[in-house]
Ligand binder design. Structure first.
Ligand SMILES: [Zn+2]
Length: 298
């Protein structure tokens, strides 16, 4: 080690000690890599002011941006058997659950009710930070309960998925949730209530293959990846280069898979308008008699 390393470097390093900068004041946009001031990002609903990239949102914030005046009531969800298969990979599934619960919620979905544009609504929002928003028995239970609450309250039901798919630690039980959540959607349809999905980044796997693609109206956030298998797997299987923007919300809109791509700032208004139209709560317009044109007798 030279004298320069021994004496000069530690001093130079000391000048730029990372600890001097509070870590939570700035966040780097994963798309354009610009540093954004934390408060500016929060004030902009976590949308990058430089490139309009929609950053990940936790379920509670998501709900507060969606409901009128940010007011909503969450419902308590029934408890399910933890770790039914006593699954273990590098870590025990029971421990993974415990860790996830210590800094978030009971499981990957929160169900809340309130109003959007004055319309009664039940919303089930996913939290990707909880084991990748994966769908196990608890998530299936949450969606079933959300749908039943909507029927009970004569409300519309909105689901906001952000999920990597089925929860592999629950094996077949997680795959069974695809059928259960489809039944939940059916119960709404039988009650003639609107079911809307707001697809956020990412919506993949068993979630896409069940309730996420069954909405009466399918809305997506800009740039969200929505698909069943990952792009790399498909590319390797069909041995073809996939087009630019494959599985992105805009690509899906172009190909008729979804109905709208809506910016986060416009989501509440769009939902309010859509629900009003579907439930016909507001009179379309005043009916005005048109003056009949005099037609000459033949
Ligand atoms: Zn950006």
């Amino acid at each position: 080690m030279s004298w320069l390393d021994r004496f000069a470097r530690p001093k130079v390093r000391g000048l730029f000690r990372k600890d001097d900068i509070p870590h939570d004041l700035w966040e780097k946009c994963p798309n354009c890599e610009q540093m954004i001031f934390h408060r500016e990002l929060e004030n902009n609903q976590r949308v990058c002011p430089h490139c309009d990239h929609h950053l990940r949102l936790d379920a509670n914030k998501r709900l507060s941006y969606m409901f009128d005046d940010g007011e909503f009531q969450t419902i308590e969800l029934p408890e399910v058997t933890n770790d039914p298969l006593r699954f273990r990979d590098r870590k025990r599934y029971a421990d993974r659950l415990k860790d996830a619960r210590s800094n978030a919620h009971q499981d990957a979905v929160i169900v809340a009710h309130g109003t959007i544009g004055g319309n009664p609504v039940v919303v089930a929002a996913f939290d990707f930070s909880f084991l990748g928003g994966s769908m196990g028995v608890a998530v299936g239970e949450a969606l079933l309960n959300g749908a039943r609450l909507a029927v009970l309250q004569d409300s519309s039901f909105i689901v906001v998925p952000a999920s990597g798919g089925a929860r592999m630690q629950e094996g077949t039980l997680s795959l069974m949730q695809m059928a259960r959540t489809t039944i939940a959607v059916d119960e709404l349809k039988e009650a003639h209530l609107p079911y809307i999905v707001v697809l956020t980044h990412p919506t993949t796997g068993g979630v896409t293959a069940s309730f996420a693609m069954l909405g009466d109206i399918a809305i997506a956030e800009p740039g969200a990846v929505i698909g069943f298998a990952g792009a790399r797997v498909i590319e390797d299987t069909i041995r073809e280069k996939l087009p630019e923007g494959f599985q992105r919300a805009e690509h899906l809109l172009e190909h008729g898979m979804i109905d709208m791509v809506v910016r986060r700032h416009d989501l509440r208004d769009t939902l309010a308008k859509t629900i009003s139209l579907l439930r016909n709560t507001a009179a379309p317009a005043q009916v005005v008699e048109l003056a009949r044109a005099e037609t000459p007798a033949p």
